[in-house]
Design a protein around this ligand. Structure first.
Ligand code: HEM
Length: 441
């Protein structure tokens, strides 16, 4: 009964893989890394694991989730159907296989077989990145030809995803040849910034410019303003990347500041601070997840802009610790909170669950409060000068909260998926055999 639905909807496998990478890899390391740091166990192996944590979180957890959602939403924004559906399964296999190979290979890459595994994993991710960029850009073709800003953002996110994976494959192959286990920090920063702001942020704004103003009873973002955001974001990411590769600090800082301005310009059109919002009664509680996520987004934009301007004025780079804190505000407060909040708001599985089960109005507030606490513990307290080792213990508690939140979301998603399938099966039976309507409850 479920197979026709599955054939139409490729996204659930991406979502499930994302949750597996988040709970079993990225967030588990988010708990253990700060504990090791608090205990003074900081060596090259720790740095290698930190890079693994970052990659598993950004590409494995957040990346696979965003790719799954993009495959689900892009047809609605573009040609009406997904282009190249036959490439979706290879895309998933390449990304999941590539992530696993890299996670296994990098920490042991001083041994040639593991170095080869790491390089092969990065190459698989690059081919997967190319497939994703092609699928999304082709699906959004009509909207791109009409220069619709949301399509320029979403397709641009796909292109940046491929660019970071291609550069990553090149740099990790060099690392494999050298038998190293840690990518040099300047190169690592280029990849991480591309992943966060070229890919994840572009995808969030691409979907958000279409949905957030409507949620908060605002007029749709005027096309010129939305187009300005798309141009500023891609320009900023381009400058930031070029400055990082060429190691020209002023260009890097100009790119960072431009991305900050793009975020602030986008957020100004969302109206997330308003008390009026348009959600169906059963979904109202999710306002408590959406509002803090967008407030964290505004803070991310302001922090990127302010720290870049200060560094420009003082003729120095933004410190590694400051950028790490701002990136985690975005990673935990925006990306993770939107995944669990928007996921429950817009995924069909949760929508059918709301039809058959009593909605739990506190869910949005619980997720909003938990991840806001985690973002403060991970992104604000260490930045605010909390002493060592207290700041590592605070981070670790943030990691436990993040892990618990994503595990709870995975449980709720699996339950909603089961109820959704039962609901769809009953609808199909109703259509074919006319069973009574009240058995749907
Ligand atoms: C509260 C949860 C989290 C905790 C406690 C945590 C902890 C850490 C720690 C200790 C580091 C190493 C920092 C250093 O090198 O000094 C790190 C780096 C990083 N984290 Fe997280 N993290 C969390 C959530 C996330 C999430 C949700 C994402 C992405 C979606 C993420 C992405 C990254 C990235 C990209 C890096 C940089 C890794 C690199 O140097 O290549 N983190 N995190």
């Amino acid at each position: 009964m479920t197979s026709p639905h599955r054939a139409e909807a490729p996204y659930p496998l991406f979502l499930l893989a994302a949750m597996a990478f988040g709970t079993l890899g990225g967030f588990t390391l988010a708990v253990s890394l700060p504990i090791e740091a608090a205990l003074g166990m900081l060596d090259l192996g720790w740095v290698s694991h930190a890079q693994m944590h970052g990659h598993l979180q950004v590409v494995g957890f957040a990346g696979l989730f965003v790719i799954g959602m993009a495959l689900h939403l892009a047809p609605r924004f573009g040609s009406g159907s997904l282009a190249h559906p036959a490439l979706v399964r290879p895309l998933l296999v390449l990304l999941v296989g590539g992530l696993l190979a890299r996670a296994l290979g990098q920490p042991l890459a001083e041994h040639p077989p593991f170095a080869a595994l790491m390089a092969a994993g990065a190459l698989a991710e690059a081919i997967g990145g190319l497939l994703f960029a092609v699928i999304i850009a082709t699906t959004l073709g009509p909207a791109l030809r009409a220069r619709a800003p949301h399509a320029v953002l979403l397709a641009g996110g796909g292109v940046w995803f491929f660019v970071q994976a291609a550069i990553g494959a090149w740099w990790l192959s060099e690392l494999a040849l050298d038998g190293g286990i840690v990518l040099v920090s300047t190169r690592n920063a280029v990849l991480v910034n591309l992943q966060f702001f070229g890919f994840l942020l572009a995808a969030i704004l691409g979907v958000g410019m279409r949905t957030f103003p409507t949620f908060f009873g605002m007029p749709p973002t005027p096309p010129r303003a939305a187009g300005g955001v798309a141009v500023l974001l891609h320009l900023g990411v381009g400058l930031w990347t070029a400055g990082g590769v060429a190691e020209v600090e002023r260009v890097t800082l100009a790119g960072q500041a431009t991305v900050g301005i793009a975020i602030l310009a986008a957020v100004a059109t969302f109206g997330f601070w308003r008390r009026t919002y348009r959600f169906a009664p059963a979904s109202r509680g999710y306002i408590w997840a959406l509002q803090p996520a967008l407030a964290w987004l505004a803070l991310t934009g302001a922090s990127l802009l302010a720290t870049a301007l200060l560094a420009l004025a003082e003729g120095r780079p933004v410190t590694v610790g400051t950028l790490d804190a701002v990136r985690h505000l975005f990673a935990v407060g925006v990306v993770t909170l939107l995944i669990v909040g928007m996921g429950q708001l817009i995924l069909p599985e949760f929508a059918s669950e709301r039809l058959v089960a009593k909605p739990w109005h506190w869910r949005g507030a619980a997720f909003g409060a938990a991840l806001t606490t985690a973002a403060v513990l991970r992104g604000i307290l260490p930045w605010a000068g909390l002493a060592t080792p207290a700041r590592f213990w605070a981070m670790s508690v943030g990691g436990v909260i993040g892990l618990g939140t994503v595990a709870a979301f995975a449980f709720l998603y699996l339950r909603a998926q089961r109820r959704h399938r039962a609901y769809m099966a009953k609808i199909a039976a109703l259509r074919s055999r006319e069973i009574p309507l009240n058995t749907l409850e």
